[in-house]
Write a protein that binds this ligand. Structure first.
Ligand code: NAD
Ligand code: DAU
Length: 363
């Protein structure tokens, strides 16, 4: 019995496959690409990314020479380019992460979110139809967000049955792309799976999102702009735990299903900010209380969702996944990574980065 299972695992690992991962130069995508390149030597992993401000090949320095990895620069909205790519390579699966991902940017420029997140997804879906026709084991996997469910009050959790009710242009674009994926499954029998995940954190996170922005600002003695009164809640998950869940869902998730992924780890923004301040004071050998002085309450984000929290019991029950990295351990690793990678921070924050967040929310 044991030998048979071992044989099955060996077979699965050694079945050659071509996997297209979109958005692989971004934050979560880079962790997924690395995991696939290292865990599946018999797969060829293609990373398709337009290298927008959020995409950075430095995130994948350690795998760039691997024989089972290729980078393809391109825009998922470009139909001719996508059709050409799919005609050149017979993909066995698409794991689609490429997107505009920052809520604040979606408030200032909603159309760019419709373009990348909706048009880009539909383009990939169209190209996937012919790939699926020739290959019965083809799968289209859309990486989505818990923000499609809208906001929770003080209690309750998002389940896979929670109705969609997006509140920001970002979440509306992700909800729309989820609907298109499901519609292609119903209308054209495209095999698909979707997962909706809570807030990720960890290395390679672009420093416009709360945790890396505040770490970077503390390092540089800059203000920490807390939106509104800071009593907004998010459920934080270490990015490598998300990459593990994506691997499991891609290989073992049921076609046509949705899986929620979360950290069972709710924090109010203001409490998380104070925790970061305490940890950073210790790391930087600064006097206790130094970083907290940087906290600045600023104008709230319009349409700000009060609380997100995920019920991740389905993926636990059906696929045996649960987060493995505690928040303490994950934050420690994250802070150490940013302190050790100042060059990366300097590189990604050159350009109009500072101006961007400063002009959005003034005290
Ligand atoms: P990110 O902004 O760090 O990376 C996005 C990547 O997509 C970048 O490398 C960018 O260059 C690429 N990209 C953007 N537009 C493109 C286009 N038109 N063509 C090709 N490539 C393009 O984002 P992230 O935080 O890593 O999020 C990845 C995915 O996961 C997104 O779909 C997001 O909605 C989803 N998600 C993110 C979180 C989170 O907490 N960050 C949580 C749940 C779901
Ligand atoms: O829930 C999953 C989503 O999490 C993903 O789909 C998005 O791609 C990702 O960006 C993230 O969205 P949020 O809006 O929750 O993340 P952000 O880091 O921008 O903000 C986290 C919380 O912190 C939110 O309540 C807004 C607040 N905030 C954020 C910034 C950048 C501040 O108070 N000050 C800030 O400067």
């Amino acid at each position: 019995m044991f030998l048979a299972i071992l044989q099955e695992v060996k077979m699965k690992k050694s079945t050659p496959k071509s996997i297209l991962i979109t958005g692989g130069a971004g934050f979560i995508g880079s962790h997924v690409v690395r995991r696939f390149v290292n865990s599946y030597p018999y797969y060829h992993t293609y990373n398709l990314d337009a290298l927008t401000y959020a995409g950075n090949l430095e995130n994948l320095k350690d795998v760039q020479e691997a024989r089972n990895y290729s980078f393809v620069k391109g825009d998922i909205v470009d139909t001719d380019f996508i059709n050409h790519l799919f005609s050149q390579t017979k993909f066995d699966g698409v794991i689609h992460l490429a997107a505009e991902s920052h809520v604040d940017r979606s408030i200032s420029n909603p159309l760019s979110f419709v373009r990348a997140n909706v048009l880009g997804t539909v383009n990939l879906l169209n190209a996937s139809l012919s790939a699926a026709k020739d290959n019965p084991s083809f799968k289209f996997y859309h990486i989505s967000t818990d923000e499609v469910y809208g906001t929770l009050g003080d209690t309750g959790l998002f389940t896979e049955m929670t109705p969609y009710s997006p509140n920001s242009p970002y979440s509306a674009s992700k909800a729309s792309s989820d609907h298109f994926v499901r519609a292609y499954g119903e209308t054209y029998d495209l095999p698909f799976v979707i997962s909706n995940c809570s807030n990720n954190y960890g290395p390679n996170h672009f420093p416009e999102k709360l945790i890396p922005l505040f770490i970077n600002n503390i390092i540089n003695n800059r203000p920490l702009p807390v939106y509104g009164d800071g009593n907004y809640t998010r459920d934080w998950l270490y990015v490598k735990d998300h990459a593990e869940a994506i691997d499991l869902i891609f290989h073992k998730g049921k076609n046509g299903e949705t899986y929620n992924i979360g950290g069972f780890n709710e924090w109010k923004n203001i409490d998380l900010t104070k925790l970061l301040c305490r940890l950073m004071d210790k790391k930087l050998n600064r006097m206790k209380g130094t970083s907290e002085k940087l906290i600045t309450f600023v104008k709230d984000r319009p349409g700000h969702d009060l609380r997100y929290a995920i019920d991740a019991s389905k993926i636990n029950r059906e696929l045996g996944w649960k987060p493995s990295v505690t928040f303490e351990e994950g934050l420690e690793r994250t802070i150490d990574w940013y302190l050790d990678n100042q060059e990366w921070l300097d590189h990604v924050t050159s350009g109009d980065y500072t101006l961007y967040y400063q002009k959005q929310y003034q005290p």
